[in-house]
Design a protein around this ligand. Structure first.
Ligand SMILES: [Zn+2]
Ligand SMILES: [Zn+2]
Length: 158
């Protein structure tokens, strides 16, 4: 019986082959690290990969992250006030919510698998485009950060 990990590795391997990339322990380790740490920064990923493969350099991990993003195995997310983050959840047009207090990031499914899920209202004079992806970044406060927000009504204890 095949494990979930083996199936995932087979899928990654097939995609690597399709893009003329060799299946290496380094590439698989980077994919596994990002799979385990969704929305990892490059540094997070490098730390996790180096725990498995101590000889790989941080620079090599950066290069692999960029390459895997280029062939669509990883998605790179840009959020304000944070280095880029990476995830293995690709091609489903999901969105992100980022906490402006602590920077934690959560997935927002929206209409998974039905891109785009937002219908643009074009400005007058705009030259309309055929939309392929709609990417939304929600910004707010997570439960841990919310009590510090001044405009949030305090809970009544006594
Ligand atoms: Zn927070
Ligand atoms: Zn995500």
């Amino acid at each position: 019986m095949r494990t979930v990990e083996a199936e995932r590795e087979a899928r990654w391997s097939a995609t690597l082959h399709a893009h003329q990339r060799r299946v290496t322990r380094q590439r698989l380790a980077v994919l596994a690290a990002v799979e385990q740490l969704p929305h990892a920064t490059a540094d997070d990923a490098a730390t996790a990969v180096r725990a498995e493969l101590p000889h790989i350099t941080v620079q090599s991990v950066y290069v692999i992250l960029a390459d895997l993003t280029g062939i669509g195995l990883l998605r790179r997310i840009e959020t304000p006030h944070s280095p880029a983050r990476y995830e293995t959840r690709v091609n489903d047009n999901h969105h992100h919510a980022v906490c402006t207090g602590c920077g934690r990031i959560e997935d927002v499914d929206c209409a998974v698998g039905h891109a785009p899920c937002l219908t643009p209202e074009w400005s007058p004079g705009a030259s309309r485009m055929t939309i392929q992806v709609a990417e939304v970044l929600y910004q707010g406060l997570c439960d841990d950060c919310r009590p510090a927000a001044p405009h949030h009504p305090p809970t009544h204890h006594e």
